[in-house]
Design a protein. Structure first.
Length: 256
């Protein structure tokens, strides 16, 4: 009984392969283990790899399109800050659970800032030929690239997606890189954001050590510190939004 069950489970697991081979090679592919069978299996494996590549590319393309065509990321940030405030009000009484909640809240705030910076920068740059030119001229990655004349025309056709793909791969909490990019390309000077550098460093402990420092001690977190980080982050995003997305009509929407 056990062996029959194992055989049945194996068949169900391999059924997509059997069906594909039958559809593409016919019923007379010979027995498993034969030369014809091995050829069919290898073709199926190549088919699966190709399908996976297509799905991954489609997913990546969808991600890039979201960045390019999503006009405003302010509302997403505001929603996340409100959600964290609600969570803080429902804080558990258990001290360890409470600390875990603070760890997740700190990491989420920094991630929300990062998401706003990434989404806003990518959208603004990829929808402006002038800003794309400024980025290409100021960023070392693009300045080092060399193309043939044919490649220049080919790249120009999909330059928006090339730029978006490069920017998506950047780590937008790498403030030493992001800060000059906003200044050079969008004329947005962050000013003194030492508090955000500190928050990013603390986020590393939250994400990679569950809120512990390298000596295994709890990092300094409290409700008051989380609310202060919300306050500082909200002011920072508001000031950034006023520079990079300012229009008289949008001014009333910036109510952080």
């Amino acid at each position: 009984m056990g062996r029959a069950k194992d055989e049945m489970m194996r068949y169900e697991e391999l059924r997509p392969m059997y069906d594909w081979i039958e559809e593409n090679f016919g019923y007379d592919t010979s027995e498993e283990g034969s030369e014809e069978w091995e050829v069919a299996v290898k073709e199926f494996e190549r088919y699966c790899e190709n399908q996976q590549s297509i799905e991954e590319e489609a997913y990546r393309q969808g991600q890039l399109e979201w960045y390019i065509y999503k006009a405003s990321h302010l509302g997403i940030f505001q929603t996340q800050m409100r959600n964290i405030e609600v969570i803080l009000h429902a804080s558990p009484t258990d001290e360890e659970a409470k600390f875990s909640l603070l760890v997740m809240s700190h990491a989420h705030i920094v991630a929300s800032v990062e998401a706003y910076l990434a989404g806003t920068f990518i959208h603004k740059v990829t929808n402006s030929e002038e800003l794309i030119r400024k980025l290409v001229e100021s960023d070392p990655y693009f300045s080092k690239m060399k193309f043939t004349l044919k490649e220049i025309f080919e790249k120009k056709e999909k330059l928006k997606f090339t730029v978006a793909e490069y920017l998506q791969d950047l780590i937008f909490h790498d403030l030493k890189k992001v800060k000059p990019m906003f200044k050079d390309v969008l004329n947005c000077d962050f000013g003194d954001i030492s508090w955000l550098f500190d928050a990013v460093r603390k986020r590393h402990d939250c994400v990679h050590r569950a809120g512990l420092d390298k000596d295994g001690r709890h990092i300094n977190l409290s409700k008051d510190l989380i609310r202060h980080l919300i306050y500082m982050s909200s002011i920072f995003i508001r000031e950034t939004e006023q520079v990079v997305n300012f229009t008289p009509e949008r001014l009333s929407l910036i109510h952080i």
